[in-house]
Design a protein around this ligand. Structure first.
Ligand SMILES: [Zn+2]
Length: 140
């Protein structure tokens, strides 16, 4: 059963040739295949559906529309502490991605399960960095 997810890769629908960038919401179904024998991926539900893609209507991710995900970024400047924290989070995310791929080599990186496991590892890494800093501070 497919899902509507934020894709982690840029690509192009093999049927309608619509391009999508990393982070865009796409319909994704790895249980059914397109004419090239790959998982069906398209930003357009009609095209996805015509290729045989199926979405679980009961799943909350399928009900989320692109309109629901529209948001406004607060207009604030970012200081060096936040920039440094962001860099650490990115490093933890990359490391967590690599760890997840090593431990679950057959798990599809586009799947929700992969994303959840990766996020758990990322949180662990951030927490360990945090805990280590607390220890460092106490010994000083
Ligand atoms: Zn398409």
């Amino acid at each position: 059963m497919g899902v509507k997810i934020a894709t982690q890769y840029s690509g192009q629908c093999v049927e309608c040739e619509t391009k999508y960038a990393r982070g865009m919401m796409v319909y994704y179904d790895k249980d059914h295949t397109n004419s090239k024998g790959n998982a069906i991926v398209c930003t357009d539900y009609a095209c996805f559906s015509e290729q045989g893609g199926k979405i679980d209507d009961k799943s909350s991710s399928a009900r989320t529309t692109i309109e629901d995900l529209e948001f406004n970024l607060p207009d604030v400047s970012t200081n060096n502490n936040v920039i440094y924290a962001t860099l650490l989070v990115k490093q933890c995310l990359v490391t967590a991605h690599v760890i997840t791929k090593q431990i679950y080599p057959k798990l599809d990186p586009l799947s929700n399960t992969f994303g959840q496991i990766r996020n758990a590892f990322k949180t662990d890494l951030v927490n360990i960095i945090n805990a280590t800093r607390i220890c460092d501070n106490k010994t000083k």
